[in-house]
Ligand binder design. Structure first.
Ligand code: ATP
Length: 243
């Protein structure tokens, strides 16, 4: 029995009079790919924000190892997001003035790597994401799918323990979605990084080992607190759908 890497218990969060989360509980285990699905407005992004400390829940708790993440000071949360978590949004939020390679190198430079080492490593990660030879292009010169793969390479380059992706393929067609998801799941598995995917898209959820569904701020599947899931059971493990 392995204990979860990250848990959210009984999370509530409202915006004014709008309840976004109404007692959501979730566990992310080391190395697994977990999809959180649900229709627009069901609270998926709010849940991801609470789990990563981008936002704080109104009640409930988020635990990361021994730490109460929901109570951590801002500087520790930023450090976590820089070193142990990677976060990717629908539009990858690349720095438009920087090349693809410099975007990927950025987290390494922030962590103190030399420019040469960071650039070498960025090149390796662009290759892993199927983008060899694209390092000198700027985000505006990349397709949407290529830009998302650069954003994912940037999120994974520090080999974080968990990557959180909010509709990472939301703006892409089916083929680009497949390329992005295949690259994400393959590289995350190779580095043992857990992935929490927020999506309304069944094609994307099919890559996960496990899926939980949000409806009106409540998760419809209870988390399996006691047991770790079997990794590699999703489409990305080669079982069919989504390939
Ligand atoms: N900053 C905010 N201010 C006010 N209301 C918000 C804010 N963020 C989210 N909400 C509301 O909270 C509810 C949940 O929103 P959330 O973005 O978490 O849902 P979602 O499932 O991610 O939706 P989508 O798939 O459309 O992105 C919605 O009713 C939304 O309007």
């Amino acid at each position: 029995m392995s204990s979860p890497l990250l848990t959210g218990r009984d999370l509530t969060k409202g915006y004014g009079t709008t309840p976004a989360l109404r007692g959501a509980s979730i566990a992310l285990h080391a190395g697994e790919v977990l999809a959180v699905t649900g229709p627009s407005g069901s609270g998926k992004s709010t849940l991801l924000h609470c789990l990563t400390g981008i936002d704080r829940p109104d009640s409930g708790e988020v635990r990361y190892g021994a730490e109460r993440l929901d109570r951590l000071p801002e500087h520790r949360l930023s450090e976590l997001r820089r070193t142990e978590f990677g976060v990717v949004f629908q539009f990858g939020q690349l720095v438009p003035e920087l090349t693809a390679a410099d975007n990927v190198a950025l987290p390494l430079l922030l962590a103190g790597a030399s420019r040469a080492a960071a650039r070498d490593r960025a090149g390796e990660w662009l290759e892993r994401f199927g983008l060899p030879g694209r390092g000198e292009l700027r985000p505006g010169e990349l397709s949407g799918g290529q830009a998302q793969r650069v954003a994912l390479a940037r999120a994974l380059v520090t080999e974080p323990r968990a990557v959180f992706a909010d509709e990472p393929t939301g703006a892409l067609d089916s083929l680009a979605t497949e390329q992005v998801m295949t690259a994400l799941v393959r590289t995350a598995r190779a580095s043992g990084t857990a992935v929490l995917l927020v999506t309304h898209d069944a094609q994307v959820a099919a890559y996960a080992d496990r899926e939980v569904a949000l409806r009106n701020g409540v998760l419809t599947h209870e988390p399996e607190w006691a047991s770790a899931p079997t990794a590699g059971t999703g489409a990305a493990a080669g079982t069919g759908a989504g390939r």
